[in-house]
Design a protein around this ligand. Sequence first.
Ligand SMILES: Nc1ncnc2c1ncn2[C@@H]1O[C@H](COP(=O)(O)OP(=O)(O)OP(=O)(O)O)[C@@H](O)[C@H]1O
Ligand SMILES: [Mg+2]
Length: 251
Amino acid sequence: MDMAISSVATQVVSVAGLSKHFQAHQVLSDVHLSVAAGERVVVCGPSGSGKSTLARCISGLESYGSGTVTVNGIAISPRMRHTELIQANVGMVFQQFNLFPHLTVLENCTLAQRWVRRRSRDEARLTALEYLAKVRLAEKASAYPAQLSGGQQQRVAIARALCLNPSLMLFDEATSALDPEMVKEVLETMILLAQDGMTMICITHEMGFARAVADKVVFMDEGRIVQAAPPDEFFGSNADPRVRRFLSKVF
Ligand SMILES: Nc1ncnc2c1ncn2[C@@H]1O[C@H](COP(=O)(O)OP(=O)(O)OP(=O)(O)O)[C@@H](O)[C@H]1O
Ligand SMILES: [Mg+2]
C-alpha cells in the first residue's frame, strides 16, 4: 500500500489512451506517456505528427476526445478550475517568447507571480531576481525585451516560467526561432535546469541535446508514439525504421 502511494507520488505526468481529432482528422491516437519526477523526456517527430497538440493537452490549453491526462495527480482539461491549474503548475516555453514589450524584464517575471500566486511586490521581485540570476540575466532586469537578443529573450521566458515554481517544464521548440549562435545559450540553460533535477518535456530536434540530457526519447508519427526509449537504444541500430529515416534527415 505504501509503495503504491509513493509510486503515484513520484509520477508527475500521466497520459493514458489520449486521442484527439480536429473534424475528420485524427491528430492524436491512443497516446500513452508517463514522466516521473526529475525525468527528462525529449519528444521529436515529423511536422504535423501531433507533438504540440500533445504538449497543449498536458498544459490544459487543448481539449481532447478521449483518454486521461494528469499532472501531479490532477486531471488536466481546459475546463479545470483556476486552483487546480495552479496546483498542476506546468511551465511552458514556446518558440515565440511572448514577453510583454512594454514591461521590463523584471516586470515580465513578476506579473504572473503577483496575479496568479498573489505574492507581494517584494517577494515577487526577489523570486524574479533569483531566477534571472539562474539564467544569467540579472543585469538585464530593468531592460525592455526589444533591447535583448533572441536568446536572451528566451532565457527571460524560461525565468518567467520558473518564477511560478512549476512541477514540470514543457519546452515546445524553444530554440527553433533562434539564430544558430543563440541556440547554444538557451540549450545550456535547459541543461542547467536538467542538472538541477527539473522534470522536463522538451519537444526539440536538437538530437545532441537529446543524447546528452534525455532519460527517454519519444518519437511521434501521425499522432502516435512510435518509439519511446532511452537515448542509447533510440539512437542505436535497432531503432524503428521510421525513427532511423527521421534521424537521417535531421542529422
Ligand atoms: N486548431 C487546429 N485545427 C485543425 N487542425 C489542427 C489544429 N491544430 C493542429 N492541427 C493539425 O493537427 C496536426 C498536428 O499538429 P501539431 O501542431 O500538434 O504538430 P507538430 O508535431 O507540433 O508539428 P510541427 O513540428 O510542425 O510543430 C497537424 O496536422 C495540424 O494541421
Ligand atoms: Mg509543433
